[in-house]
Design a protein around this ligand. Structure first.
Ligand code: CMC
Length: 472
């Protein structure tokens, strides 16, 4: 994960600094005269952190591993033996690694994103969403037969139980599709009671197929409901994204034929959204999953986390923002409002990336191919102008705010005829595999238990209950 990667990077950096300083000292002592003595082995620095508690004068040696100390090692630091010991305070987990993970690696400073070691650029160029999903869940790229079985299993789980249609029908016509998706994914747990057997690998795999296959169907049915169209059933002869487009846009034709450029563009967008290590929704998946609930309930929690405008809801907010700005000439005014703190430039900034989000680069390039089919999205000029100004404005430069994945994706989605409130759903569908991989990794990690952060209590001291008639 990111902090571990940073830890490794820091370890490499400090090792090379140590080498240099040892070399410099040797050179100073031994020159001249010749001959130069053999280079001594660099002194090995202890991989520990020394802490002195100034309240007691006591010192502690805390081990450092992967650039990290264990928060529990702080608990030995006490004034009196009966004390609780020191905790670390980290609201929003800005500097806390909550797990070890082998799935996704981000180097936020360099703008690097790898799934299971494979660079996102190569996957976006060479792979398909389902192949990438296999990689994310299993850790390796599939051999041909494994891939064919995987695609077959997912394709043959796309149909929903007919009862699910009935409760989709119960939503108001203007219900947000993310609200519908959260509820219907959660409701699926009531259809598959065996999914509770989460430590059985066969059961986990079976329900992973179901989730990957049925989430697009739920999403498409939610869309058809909101547009008043009859549900379009899955077509197993189409690709994962081709079938999704079919379930959304099929009208009276006997067979829906997706446009291959748009089908591939959606597939690439799905690859780019498949996982992103310990973000808000992955943490929700892990946190809720750590109570050992079934995967449908945990995925519903993850979808809910994704819904927020600071996470997966940002792509929708970008489109609304661009529409509100309305023209290139109004961009400078909008930037002023952002800088005064009145509003945020949606689709900009990231907790981890302090450089251009590599996903945004790929999407920006892909936009041209999509616009060749759909026609140019007129909001693109506003987006380009916002980016141009922001990338040279001191406010954004000093805070290292760059376009993230959501800045350009919405323009593509809109050009492909997706209504704006479907955008976060288009994030949730491909992210399902990331959530499942994070969940399984958490379940199988012997160090993990039910997630339970600590707090610093800031409320009142104990006091006695006062009956109502005696309250002022
Ligand atoms: N527009 C204007 N100012 C910003 C923005 C923005 N989009 N993002 C951060 N800042 C400022 C922020 O006001 C703060 O300034 P100051 O130091 O003067 O108080 C500084 O930059 C640091 O911001 P922060 O909120 O402490 O950073 P964070 O790491 O907590 O937030 C973020 C990350 C993504 C929530 C934030 O950048 C944001 O709100 N961006 C807009 C929403 C968005 O595009 N979200 C999608 C994220 S990518 C998809 C995903 O993975 O979910």
């Amino acid at each position: 994960m990111d902090s571990a990667a940073n830890g490794r990077a820091r370890a490499r950096e400090s090792a090379s600094r140590d080498d240099d300083s040892t070399e410099a000292e040797i050179t100073k002592v031994s020159a001249p005269p010749a001959p130069k003595p053999p280079a001594a082995a660099p002194a090995r620095t202890a991989e520990t952190l020394s802490i002195t508690d100034n309240r007691t004068g006591k010192s502690y040696e805390i081990p450092i591993q992967d650039g990290t100390i264990r928060a529990m090692d702080l608990r030995q630091i006490k004034i009196k033996p009966e004390d609780f010991g020191i905790m670390s305070y980290d609201p929003a987990f800005t500097n806390t690694a909550a797990c070890r993970s082998a799935i996704t690696e981000i180097d936020g400073d360099k703008g690097i994103l790898n799934y299971r070691g494979y660079p996102i650029e190569q996957l976006a160029e060479e792979s398909s969403y389902l192949e990438t999903a296999y990689l994310i869940l299993h850790g390796e790229l599939p051999a041909r037969q494994q891939y064919e079985e995987w695609v077959h299993n997912i394709t043959h789980h796309t149909i929903l139980h007919e009862n699910i249609k009935k409760f989709i029908d119960g939503f108001r016509y203007d219900a947000h599709p993310m609200g519908m998706l959260i509820s219907t994914v959660a409701a699926m747990s009531t259809f598959y009671k065996d999914a509770k057997d989460i430590f059985n690998p066969k059961v986990r795999r079976e329900h992973s197929y179901r989730l990957l296959a049925k989430v697009p169907t739920l999403a498409a049915f939610a869309y058809r409901h909101s547009t008043g169209l009859p549900f379009a059933y899955p077509d197993n002869d189409l690709s994962y994204t081709g079938n999704f487009l079919n379930m959304l846009f099929k009208m009276t034709e006997v067979r829906y034929k997706p446009n291959p450029i748009l089908e591939r563009a959606l597939d690439v967008l799905f690859i780019l959204h498949a996982d992103h290590e310990q973000n808000c929704s992955a943490s929700a998946m892990r946190g809720v999953g750590s109570s050992q609930v079934d995967p449908y309930s945990a995925v519903a929690a993850a979808v809910a986390a994704l819904y927020g405008p600071l996470h997966g809801g940002a792509n929708e907010m970008v489109l609304r923002m661009l529409t509100e700005i309305g023209s290139v000439t109004r961009v400078p005014d909008f930037v002023k409002r952002v800088k005064s703190g009145e509003t945020r430039l949606m689709g900009f900034g990231h907790r981890v990336y302090k450089n251009y989000d590599p996903r945004a680069k790929i999407i920006k390039r892909m936009a041209d191919q999509v616009f060749e089919v759909t026609g140019r999205n007129p909001l693109l000029d506003i987006a380009l102008e916002l980016e141009r100004i922001a990338l040279q404005d001191e406010y954004f430069v000093s805070r290292r705010l760059y376009p993230n994945v959501d800045f350009y994706s919405g323009l593509i989605y809109q050009s492909m005829r997706f209504p704006v409130d479907m955008f976060p759903v288009l994030f949730a569908i491909p992210r399902t595999v990331g959530w499942l991989a994070q969940w399984e990794e958490m379940l199988l990690d012997p160090e993990q238990k039910i997630a339970r952060p600590r707090q610093i209590y800031t409320g009142r001291e104990r006091r006695e209950y006062v009956p109502m008639e005696r309250r002022g």
